[in-house]
Design a protein around this ligand. Structure first.
Ligand SMILES: [Cu+2]
Length: 484
């Protein structure tokens, strides 16, 4: 062994000790100041045992790795990302995040139970052979969001480090310690797939606001299987078992008293953009079986988004947890027809499983849909409008990441109301508009008429998305669409 090598070895050991001590320091700070509960199991004995045999010469005969180490979980990160422990040593895991996490071996069998915020747990590694293991948080989406690391169990003479070295070199074994292959086994969207003949689209007609000043509503978060395109089934994360969630409507000054119930299998929350409240209270995440009451006065008119705000928000909204709450502007004129569309993207996971978070982070959507199902108003057109009748279409762009440029082919909008104000109304200027442009979470409405019978497609005019399901049809008057 040259001097350089032994110098490096000493440095490596010192870094390991610093990492261990840093982890312990966090654990102790938490135990003094917060809700820490140390649940000891196996031989570790919890925090008090830390320091025994952390690489001292006397322990080197068995292994030069520490016998007691600590991982900290934070919201969407595992610190440190890689750690060594002597064979048979113990691992303390502290949840320093705001929401529940766990840390277990990818192959299962060894790890922590689900830990609440501030909770800690110690498990031993007696059952593990020397080698490098991938450790992950099993809450859906958390691994993909970054909650993954490695645990190397080191035996005598450094046994078990070989696999770690191989991983660092990018050679054999690398796949085992990095994120699962992106997009593996995920579904794609076939724009030519047709639904069964009896397919019925979600009713797009918007009912008037209930004639009341107080809206007492119960909304339930849940996880259900549902179709987002013909034959494409995903596990959707929903409000009231539907994507988008229920449409709510009132007027300025109304009180909304929402009882929010978590019927799901993970933490969820609800965030009404129509409200001015303390986010830490009303928008807090509640666990399965819990409920809360979220009350607010609708002080401003708008087509407001509501959505789950639980981390990773992208995963919860990307899986369907959003909806629209309409607060009518004062003196909103009556029209012949009102419809409501929520535009959103889907990032398909495997059949029957949640959407792919890696796709979501890459903004690589498979589907853009109006009201949660690709092309549904092509398969089941909106056919109750006659020429010269006034139509109002409300639109929320729920995203989570793509914009909207709502356009109806064959007509012109004479009224545009967006984000709380009229941009255009009929008048002497004879102005017209061709698209309602909305970034994620923005909303508004447009008004228009059709001059003659016909087959009038509507789209987002970002045309790449039309081929991904952002297409519908108004079948006006006596048109049967035969020319299409
Ligand atoms: Cu959620």
């Amino acid at each position: 062994m040259t001097d350089t090598t032994s110098e490096e070895a000493r440095e490596t050991r010192a870094m390991g000790m610093i990492a261990t001590l840093a982890g312990v320091a966090v654990a102790l700070v938490l135990s003094a100041g917060a809700l820490i509960i140390v649940v000891a199991s196996g031989s570790g004995g919890g925090v008090a045992a830390v320091g025994a045999g952390t690489g001292g010469d006397s322990a080197a005969a068995a292994s030069d790795a520490p016998t007691t180490i600590s991982f900290d979980l934070d919201d969407m990160v595992v610190r440190p990302a890689s750690h060594e422990v002597a064979v048979g040593g113990s691992v303390t895991v502290v949840n320093a995040g705001a929401i529940p996490h766990d840390l277990v071996l990818e192959e299962g069998g060894v790890g922590t139970p689900m830990l609440d915020s501030g909770e800690a747990y110690t498990f031993d590694t007696a059952a593990l052979e020397p080698g490098t293991y991938t450790v992950i948080c099993t809450v859906p989406g958390h691994r993909e969001a970054g909650m993954e690391g490695t645990l190397t169990v080191v035996g005598a003479d450094g046994e078990g480090r070989d696999t770690a070295d191989a991983a660092h070199d990018g050679a054999g074994g690398h796949d085992a310690v990095t994120t699962a292959s992106p997009y593996a086994d995920t579904l794609s969207f076939d724009p030519n797939a047709a639904p069964p003949d009896d397919f019925e689209a979600r009713d797009p007609r918007l009912a008037p606001a209930p004639d009341q000043d107080v809206h007492e509503v119960t909304i339930r978060a849940s996880q259900v299987e549902g179709e987002v395109a013909p034959g494409v089934t995903q596990e959707l994360w929903t409000f009231d078992d539907m994507v988008p969630g229920p449409v709510l409507r009132g007027k300025v000054g109304d009180l909304f008293r929402i009882t929010f119930v978590n019927d799901g299998e993970m933490g969820h929350s609800i965030d009404f953009h129509a409200s001015k409240v303390d986010p830490g209270t009303e928008m807090r995440t509640i666990q399965p079986g819990e409920e809360l009451v979220y009350e607010f006065e609708a002080k401003h008119a708008g087509a407001w988004m509501y959505h789950c705000g639980t981390a990773p928000v992208l995963h919860h909204t990307g899986n369907g947890q959003y909806g629209v709450l309409i607060v009518d502007p004062p003196d909103l004129p009556a029209v012949d027809h009102e419809y409501v569309f929520v535009q959103s993207e889907f990032y398909l996971g495997p059949e029957g499983e949640p959407g792919d978070l890696t796709k979501m982070m890459d903004e690589d959507w498979d589907i853009v849909a109006f009201n949660g199902h690709a092309n549904q108003y092509v398969h089941d057109p909106i056919d109750d409008v006659e020429p010269d009748e006034r139509v109002r279409v409300w639109l929320l762009n729920a995203g989570p990441s793509e914009n909207s440029a709502f356009h109806v082919i064959g007509t012109i909008f004479d009224t545009v109301w967006k984000e709380g104000a009229y941009r255009l109304r009929p008048g002497d200027e004879q102005g017209g508009a061709q698209a309602l442009d909305l970034q994620p979470s923005q909303g508004g409405f447009v008004e228009f008429t059709f001059d003659v019978d016909g087959y009038y497609p509507f789209v987002t005019h970002k045309f790449a998305n039309v081929g991904k399901g952002a297409l519908g049809v108004f079948l006006v008057g006596d048109s049967d669409g035969a020319s299409h």
